[in-house]
Design a protein around this ligand. Structure first.
Ligand code: NAD
Ligand code: WQD
Length: 331
Protein backbone atom coordinates (compact mmCIF):
# COMPACT_ATOMS: atom_id res chain seq x y z
CA UNK A 1 0.00 0.00 0.00
CA UNK A 2 1.14 3.61 -0.59
CA UNK A 3 1.06 5.12 2.88
CA UNK A 4 1.62 8.69 3.99
CA UNK A 5 3.11 8.85 7.47
CA UNK A 6 2.80 12.30 9.02
CA UNK A 7 5.34 12.84 11.79
CA UNK A 8 7.25 9.86 10.39
CA UNK A 9 10.69 11.02 11.57
CA UNK A 10 9.40 11.24 15.15
CA UNK A 11 9.71 8.63 17.87
CA UNK A 12 6.70 6.36 17.22
CA UNK A 13 6.41 7.27 13.54
CA UNK A 14 9.97 6.16 12.72
CA UNK A 15 9.46 2.73 14.33
CA UNK A 16 6.21 2.33 12.41
CA UNK A 17 7.88 3.32 9.10
CA UNK A 18 10.44 0.56 9.66
CA UNK A 19 7.72 -2.07 10.03
CA UNK A 20 5.75 -0.76 7.04
CA UNK A 21 8.84 -0.87 4.80
CA UNK A 22 9.74 -4.33 6.11
CA UNK A 23 6.36 -5.67 5.05
CA UNK A 24 6.64 -4.08 1.60
CA UNK A 25 4.54 -0.91 1.83
CA UNK A 26 5.60 2.24 -0.02
CA UNK A 27 6.22 4.90 2.62
CA UNK A 28 6.06 8.67 2.16
CA UNK A 29 6.93 10.76 5.21
CA UNK A 30 5.86 14.34 5.82
CA UNK A 31 7.43 16.02 8.83
CA UNK A 32 8.32 19.65 9.56
CA UNK A 33 11.21 18.50 11.81
CA UNK A 34 9.94 20.62 14.71
CA UNK A 35 10.69 17.71 17.04
CA UNK A 36 12.87 15.33 15.02
CA UNK A 37 15.83 15.24 12.67
CA UNK A 38 16.19 14.40 9.00
CA UNK A 39 18.97 11.87 9.81
CA UNK A 40 16.17 9.56 10.96
CA UNK A 41 15.32 8.98 7.28
CA UNK A 42 18.82 7.54 6.77
CA UNK A 43 18.51 5.49 9.96
CA UNK A 44 15.27 3.97 8.67
CA UNK A 45 17.08 3.17 5.42
CA UNK A 46 19.99 1.56 7.31
CA UNK A 47 17.59 -0.69 9.21
CA UNK A 48 15.36 -1.71 6.30
CA UNK A 49 17.56 -1.31 3.22
CA UNK A 50 14.81 0.92 1.78
CA UNK A 51 14.67 4.70 1.82
CA UNK A 52 11.26 6.22 2.47
CA UNK A 53 10.33 9.29 0.43
CA UNK A 54 10.73 12.30 2.71
CA UNK A 55 9.12 15.74 2.51
CA UNK A 56 10.15 18.40 4.97
CA UNK A 57 6.77 20.10 5.12
CA UNK A 58 4.08 21.15 7.53
CA UNK A 59 0.67 19.49 7.63
CA UNK A 60 -0.73 23.02 7.80
CA UNK A 61 0.67 23.58 4.31
CA UNK A 62 -2.23 22.56 2.07
CA UNK A 63 -0.29 23.02 -1.17
CA UNK A 64 2.54 20.79 0.01
CA UNK A 65 0.06 18.08 1.02
CA UNK A 66 -1.76 18.42 -2.28
CA UNK A 67 1.49 17.89 -4.19
CA UNK A 68 2.30 14.82 -2.09
CA UNK A 69 -1.11 13.22 -2.71
CA UNK A 70 -0.97 14.02 -6.44
CA UNK A 71 2.58 12.73 -6.85
CA UNK A 72 2.25 9.51 -4.86
CA UNK A 73 -1.35 8.39 -5.12
CA UNK A 74 -1.59 7.95 -1.36
CA UNK A 75 -4.00 5.16 -0.28
CA UNK A 76 -3.86 5.50 3.50
CA UNK A 77 -2.52 7.90 6.12
CA UNK A 78 -1.02 7.19 9.53
CA UNK A 79 -1.19 10.50 11.32
CA UNK A 80 1.42 10.96 14.05
CA UNK A 81 2.29 14.62 13.45
CA UNK A 82 1.49 16.77 16.44
CA UNK A 83 2.93 18.66 19.35
CA UNK A 84 2.94 16.50 22.48
CA UNK A 85 4.54 18.26 25.46
CA UNK A 86 1.90 18.41 28.18
CA UNK A 87 3.49 21.27 30.17
CA UNK A 88 4.26 23.36 27.10
CA UNK A 89 0.65 23.00 25.94
CA UNK A 90 -0.53 24.76 29.12
CA UNK A 91 1.62 27.80 28.33
CA UNK A 92 1.02 27.71 24.54
CA UNK A 93 -2.60 26.60 24.05
CA UNK A 94 -3.09 28.50 20.78
CA UNK A 95 0.00 26.90 19.24
CA UNK A 96 -1.20 23.45 20.32
CA UNK A 97 -4.77 23.86 19.09
CA UNK A 98 -3.57 25.37 15.82
CA UNK A 99 -0.90 22.79 15.08
CA UNK A 100 -2.79 19.69 16.19
CA UNK A 101 -6.36 20.59 15.28
CA UNK A 102 -6.02 22.93 12.30
CA UNK A 103 -3.19 20.74 11.01
CA UNK A 104 -5.42 17.66 11.16
CA UNK A 105 -8.36 19.51 9.56
CA UNK A 106 -6.10 20.53 6.68
CA UNK A 107 -4.88 16.97 6.26
CA UNK A 108 -8.43 15.57 6.30
CA UNK A 109 -9.61 18.10 3.73
CA UNK A 110 -6.77 17.22 1.37
CA UNK A 111 -7.39 13.49 1.91
CA UNK A 112 -11.03 13.96 0.97
CA UNK A 113 -10.12 15.93 -2.16
CA UNK A 114 -7.91 13.05 -3.24
CA UNK A 115 -10.45 10.33 -2.38
CA UNK A 116 -8.25 8.91 0.34
CA UNK A 117 -10.50 7.81 3.22
CA UNK A 118 -8.31 5.54 5.32
CA UNK A 119 -6.79 7.13 8.42
CA UNK A 120 -5.02 5.80 11.51
CA UNK A 121 -4.88 8.46 14.21
CA UNK A 122 -2.47 8.69 17.17
CA UNK A 123 -4.69 9.26 20.14
CA UNK A 124 -3.76 8.87 23.76
CA UNK A 125 -4.87 7.36 27.04
CA UNK A 126 -5.02 10.95 28.22
CA UNK A 127 -8.54 11.16 26.67
CA UNK A 128 -9.85 9.11 29.61
CA UNK A 129 -8.98 11.93 32.04
CA UNK A 130 -9.02 10.48 35.55
CA UNK A 131 -10.54 7.03 35.03
CA UNK A 132 -13.06 5.78 37.60
CA UNK A 133 -11.21 2.45 37.73
CA UNK A 134 -8.40 0.48 36.11
CA UNK A 135 -7.84 -1.36 33.82
CA UNK A 136 -9.32 1.13 31.34
CA UNK A 137 -11.57 -0.23 28.58
CA UNK A 138 -12.36 1.57 25.33
CA UNK A 139 -16.00 2.05 26.39
CA UNK A 140 -15.02 4.06 29.47
CA UNK A 141 -16.13 7.70 29.27
CA UNK A 142 -13.70 10.18 27.76
CA UNK A 143 -13.27 13.79 28.84
CA UNK A 144 -11.91 15.64 31.84
CA UNK A 145 -8.56 16.25 30.16
CA UNK A 146 -6.33 18.44 32.29
CA UNK A 147 -4.24 20.21 29.65
CA UNK A 148 -4.62 21.59 26.09
CA UNK A 149 -2.52 18.77 24.62
CA UNK A 150 -4.92 16.15 25.94
CA UNK A 151 -7.88 18.24 24.85
CA UNK A 152 -6.58 18.30 21.26
CA UNK A 153 -6.70 14.49 21.25
CA UNK A 154 -10.19 14.48 22.75
CA UNK A 155 -11.52 17.01 20.23
CA UNK A 156 -9.84 15.28 17.30
CA UNK A 157 -11.44 11.96 18.25
CA UNK A 158 -14.78 13.75 18.21
CA UNK A 159 -14.08 15.49 14.91
CA UNK A 160 -13.09 12.21 13.28
CA UNK A 161 -16.25 10.51 14.56
CA UNK A 162 -18.38 13.38 13.18
CA UNK A 163 -16.59 13.05 9.87
CA UNK A 164 -17.62 9.42 9.52
CA UNK A 165 -21.23 10.30 10.37
CA UNK A 166 -21.17 12.80 7.49
CA UNK A 167 -19.59 10.47 4.95
CA UNK A 168 -19.49 6.70 5.40
CA UNK A 169 -16.60 6.20 3.01
CA UNK A 170 -14.20 6.98 5.86
CA UNK A 171 -12.35 4.16 7.55
CA UNK A 172 -10.78 5.55 10.72
CA UNK A 173 -8.86 4.00 13.60
CA UNK A 174 -8.39 5.88 16.86
CA UNK A 175 -5.44 4.32 18.65
CA UNK A 176 -5.15 5.25 22.30
CA UNK A 177 -1.52 4.77 23.25
CA UNK A 178 -0.49 4.26 26.85
CA UNK A 179 3.17 4.95 27.77
CA UNK A 180 5.53 4.03 24.91
CA UNK A 181 9.17 3.58 25.94
CA UNK A 182 12.25 1.78 24.61
CA UNK A 183 13.89 1.88 21.22
CA UNK A 184 14.56 -0.16 18.10
CA UNK A 185 16.96 -3.05 18.69
CA UNK A 186 19.41 -1.54 16.15
CA UNK A 187 19.84 1.51 18.47
CA UNK A 188 19.51 3.67 15.35
CA UNK A 189 16.13 5.15 16.26
CA UNK A 190 14.55 5.91 19.63
CA UNK A 191 13.22 8.63 21.89
CA UNK A 192 15.63 11.55 21.83
CA UNK A 193 13.93 14.61 23.35
CA UNK A 194 15.64 17.98 23.25
CA UNK A 195 16.59 19.55 26.58
CA UNK A 196 15.56 18.12 29.93
CA UNK A 197 13.11 15.26 29.36
CA UNK A 198 9.56 15.49 30.74
CA UNK A 199 8.88 11.79 30.49
CA UNK A 200 10.16 9.19 32.90
CA UNK A 201 12.22 6.83 30.73
CA UNK A 202 14.39 9.37 28.89
CA UNK A 203 15.01 11.02 32.26
CA UNK A 204 16.12 7.69 33.73
CA UNK A 205 18.48 6.91 30.83
CA UNK A 206 20.10 10.34 31.17
CA UNK A 207 20.62 9.80 34.90
CA UNK A 208 22.15 6.40 34.05
CA UNK A 209 24.51 8.09 31.61
CA UNK A 210 25.46 10.78 34.14
CA UNK A 211 24.04 13.66 32.06
CA UNK A 212 21.54 14.36 34.84
CA UNK A 213 22.46 13.87 38.52
CA UNK A 214 19.36 12.14 39.89
CA UNK A 215 15.76 11.27 39.19
CA UNK A 216 12.98 13.15 40.98
CA UNK A 217 10.07 10.81 41.66
CA UNK A 218 6.91 12.87 41.66
CA UNK A 219 5.08 11.69 44.74
CA UNK A 220 5.15 8.52 46.86
CA UNK A 221 1.80 9.00 48.56
CA UNK A 222 -0.53 7.82 45.78
CA UNK A 223 -2.96 5.00 46.60
CA UNK A 224 -0.80 2.46 44.69
CA UNK A 225 1.18 -0.58 45.87
CA UNK A 226 4.30 1.48 46.69
CA UNK A 227 2.87 5.02 46.63
CA UNK A 228 4.37 6.02 43.26
CA UNK A 229 2.39 6.51 40.03
CA UNK A 230 1.44 3.41 38.05
CA UNK A 231 1.51 3.37 34.23
CA UNK A 232 1.16 0.96 31.34
CA UNK A 233 4.62 1.08 29.75
CA UNK A 234 4.69 -0.43 26.27
CA UNK A 235 7.69 -1.13 24.05
CA UNK A 236 7.61 1.22 21.06
CA UNK A 237 8.18 -1.72 18.68
CA UNK A 238 5.06 -3.43 20.04
CA UNK A 239 3.16 -0.17 19.66
CA UNK A 240 4.35 0.18 16.05
CA UNK A 241 3.18 -3.39 15.38
CA UNK A 242 -0.29 -2.33 16.57
CA UNK A 243 -0.49 0.06 13.60
CA UNK A 244 0.27 -2.73 11.15
CA UNK A 245 -2.35 -4.94 12.80
CA UNK A 246 -5.02 -2.26 12.57
CA UNK A 247 -4.20 -1.43 8.94
CA UNK A 248 -4.70 -5.10 8.09
CA UNK A 249 -8.23 -4.90 9.50
CA UNK A 250 -9.35 -1.62 7.99
CA UNK A 251 -11.10 -3.14 5.01
CA UNK A 252 -14.52 -1.76 5.99
CA UNK A 253 -15.63 1.79 6.61
CA UNK A 254 -16.24 2.88 10.20
CA UNK A 255 -14.59 4.36 13.27
CA UNK A 256 -12.82 1.86 15.50
CA UNK A 257 -11.13 2.57 18.81
CA UNK A 258 -8.35 0.51 20.38
CA UNK A 259 -6.26 0.77 23.51
CA UNK A 260 -2.65 -0.03 22.73
CA UNK A 261 -1.07 -1.05 26.02
CA UNK A 262 0.21 -4.18 27.73
CA UNK A 263 -2.56 -4.52 30.30
CA UNK A 264 -0.05 -4.41 33.15
CA UNK A 265 0.58 -1.44 35.41
CA UNK A 266 4.05 -0.82 36.80
CA UNK A 267 4.96 1.91 39.25
CA UNK A 268 7.76 4.42 38.88
CA UNK A 269 9.75 2.46 41.48
CA UNK A 270 9.04 -0.81 39.62
CA UNK A 271 10.45 0.77 36.47
CA UNK A 272 13.55 2.02 38.28
CA UNK A 273 14.13 -1.46 39.73
CA UNK A 274 13.62 -3.11 36.31
CA UNK A 275 16.07 -0.64 34.76
CA UNK A 276 18.66 -1.45 37.43
CA UNK A 277 18.19 -5.22 36.89
CA UNK A 278 18.36 -4.90 33.10
CA UNK A 279 21.45 -2.68 32.97
CA UNK A 280 23.29 -3.17 36.27
CA UNK A 281 23.29 0.62 36.75
CA UNK A 282 22.02 2.19 39.96
CA UNK A 283 19.61 5.11 39.52
CA UNK A 284 19.93 7.70 42.31
CA UNK A 285 16.58 9.28 43.11
CA UNK A 286 14.79 11.55 45.53
CA UNK A 287 11.11 11.79 46.33
CA UNK A 288 9.67 15.12 45.17
CA UNK A 289 6.20 16.65 45.31
CA UNK A 290 3.45 15.28 43.08
CA UNK A 291 3.47 16.75 39.57
CA UNK A 292 0.31 18.81 38.92
CA UNK A 293 -2.14 17.02 36.63
CA UNK A 294 -0.73 13.51 37.29
CA UNK A 295 -3.08 10.67 38.16
CA UNK A 296 -2.36 7.71 40.44
CA UNK A 297 -2.94 4.87 38.00
CA UNK A 298 -3.41 4.56 34.26
CA UNK A 299 -3.28 1.16 32.61
CA UNK A 300 -5.22 -0.54 29.88
CA UNK A 301 -7.42 -3.45 29.19
CA UNK A 302 -5.97 -4.22 25.72
CA UNK A 303 -8.13 -7.32 25.14
CA UNK A 304 -10.23 -5.70 22.39
CA UNK A 305 -7.14 -5.25 20.19
CA UNK A 306 -6.12 -8.86 20.82
CA UNK A 307 -9.60 -10.18 20.09
CA UNK A 308 -10.27 -8.12 16.97
CA UNK A 309 -6.79 -7.46 15.54
CA UNK A 310 -4.81 -10.43 16.84
CA UNK A 311 -2.34 -7.94 18.31
CA UNK A 312 -0.74 -8.26 21.73
CA UNK A 313 2.30 -6.52 23.21
CA UNK A 314 5.13 -9.04 23.59
CA UNK A 315 8.12 -7.37 25.21
CA UNK A 316 8.86 -7.25 28.95
CA UNK A 317 9.62 -4.19 31.07
CA UNK A 318 13.28 -5.32 31.29
CA UNK A 319 13.48 -5.46 27.48
CA UNK A 320 12.01 -1.97 27.28
CA UNK A 321 14.63 -0.70 29.77
CA UNK A 322 17.52 -2.46 28.06
CA UNK A 323 16.65 -1.12 24.62
CA UNK A 324 16.14 2.42 25.97
CA UNK A 325 19.56 2.24 27.63
CA UNK A 326 21.29 0.80 24.55
CA UNK A 327 19.84 3.64 22.49
CA UNK A 328 20.95 6.27 25.02
CA UNK A 329 24.50 4.84 25.06
CA UNK A 330 24.68 4.77 21.26
CA UNK A 331 23.54 8.38 20.96
P1 NAD B 1 7.35 13.03 18.23
O1 NAD B 1 7.37 14.44 18.64
O2 NAD B 1 8.61 12.25 18.34
O3 NAD B 1 6.80 12.88 16.73
C1 NAD B 1 5.86 13.78 16.18
C2 NAD B 1 6.46 14.30 14.87
O4 NAD B 1 5.52 15.21 14.27
C3 NAD B 1 7.76 15.06 15.05
O5 NAD B 1 8.75 14.50 14.22
C4 NAD B 1 7.43 16.51 14.65
O6 NAD B 1 8.52 17.14 14.03
C5 NAD B 1 6.25 16.29 13.72
N1 NAD B 1 5.31 17.40 13.62
C6 NAD B 1 4.71 18.10 14.63
N2 NAD B 1 3.89 19.04 14.13
C7 NAD B 1 3.95 18.93 12.78
C8 NAD B 1 3.34 19.63 11.70
N3 NAD B 1 2.51 20.65 11.92
N4 NAD B 1 3.65 19.27 10.44
C9 NAD B 1 4.50 18.27 10.19
N5 NAD B 1 5.12 17.57 11.18
C10 NAD B 1 4.85 17.91 12.45
O7 NAD B 1 6.18 12.32 19.06
P2 NAD B 1 5.81 10.78 19.23
O8 NAD B 1 6.09 10.40 20.63
O9 NAD B 1 6.38 9.98 18.13
O10 NAD B 1 4.24 10.88 19.09
C11 NAD B 1 3.58 10.65 17.86
C12 NAD B 1 2.10 10.89 18.05
O11 NAD B 1 1.61 10.02 19.07
C13 NAD B 1 1.75 12.31 18.50
O12 NAD B 1 0.54 12.70 17.87
C14 NAD B 1 1.55 12.16 19.98
O13 NAD B 1 0.67 13.13 20.50
C15 NAD B 1 0.94 10.77 20.07
N6 NAD B 1 1.14 10.13 21.37
C16 NAD B 1 2.41 10.01 21.89
C17 NAD B 1 2.60 9.42 23.13
C18 NAD B 1 3.97 9.32 23.75
O14 NAD B 1 4.05 9.10 24.96
N7 NAD B 1 5.06 9.44 23.00
C19 NAD B 1 1.50 8.90 23.83
C20 NAD B 1 0.23 9.03 23.27
C21 NAD B 1 0.05 9.63 22.03
C1 WQD C 1 5.10 8.58 34.06
C2 WQD C 1 5.17 8.51 35.59
C3 WQD C 1 5.20 10.67 36.66
C4 WQD C 1 9.10 11.96 35.14
C5 WQD C 1 2.57 11.44 29.45
C6 WQD C 1 1.43 12.26 28.93
C7 WQD C 1 0.45 11.38 28.23
C8 WQD C 1 1.15 10.50 27.17
C9 WQD C 1 2.34 9.81 27.71
C10 WQD C 1 1.01 11.61 25.07
C11 WQD C 1 4.25 9.53 36.29
C12 WQD C 1 6.50 9.94 36.90
C13 WQD C 1 7.94 11.24 35.40
C14 WQD C 1 10.03 12.18 36.18
C15 WQD C 1 8.61 10.93 37.66
N1 WQD C 1 1.65 11.31 26.10
N2 WQD C 1 7.71 10.73 36.65
N3 WQD C 1 9.73 11.66 37.41
O1 WQD C 1 2.56 11.54 32.56
O2 WQD C 1 2.01 9.05 32.33
O3 WQD C 1 2.05 10.48 30.35
O4 WQD C 1 3.20 10.76 28.37
O5 WQD C 1 -0.13 11.41 24.83
O6 WQD C 1 -0.51 12.21 27.66
O7 WQD C 1 0.79 12.91 30.02
O8 WQD C 1 4.17 9.92 31.42
O9 WQD C 1 6.59 9.51 31.51
O10 WQD C 1 5.72 11.82 32.07
O11 WQD C 1 5.30 9.93 33.65
O12 WQD C 1 8.41 10.49 38.79
O13 WQD C 1 11.06 12.83 36.01
O14 WQD C 1 6.51 8.85 35.98
O15 WQD C 1 4.82 11.39 37.80
O16 WQD C 1 3.77 8.91 37.46
P1 WQD C 1 2.64 10.30 31.80
P2 WQD C 1 5.52 10.34 32.11
Amino acid sequence: MRILVTGGTGYIGSHTCVQLLERGDEVVIVDNLSNSKEIVVSSIEKITGKRPVFYRADILDREALDTIFTTHGIEAVIHFAGLKAVGESVSKPLEYYHNNITGTLTLLDVMREHNCFKLVFSSSATVYGTPASVPIREDFPTGGTTNPYGTTKLYLERILSDLFVSDDRWSIALLRYFNPIGAHESCLIGDNPNGIPNNLMPYVTRVAKGTLPQLSIYGNDYPTHDGTGVRDFIHVEDLAAGHIAVLNHMTDAGVRVYNLGTGVGYSVLDLVAAFERATGIKIPYRIADRRPGDIAECWSDPSKAERELGWKAQRTLEEMCRSAWNFEKAN
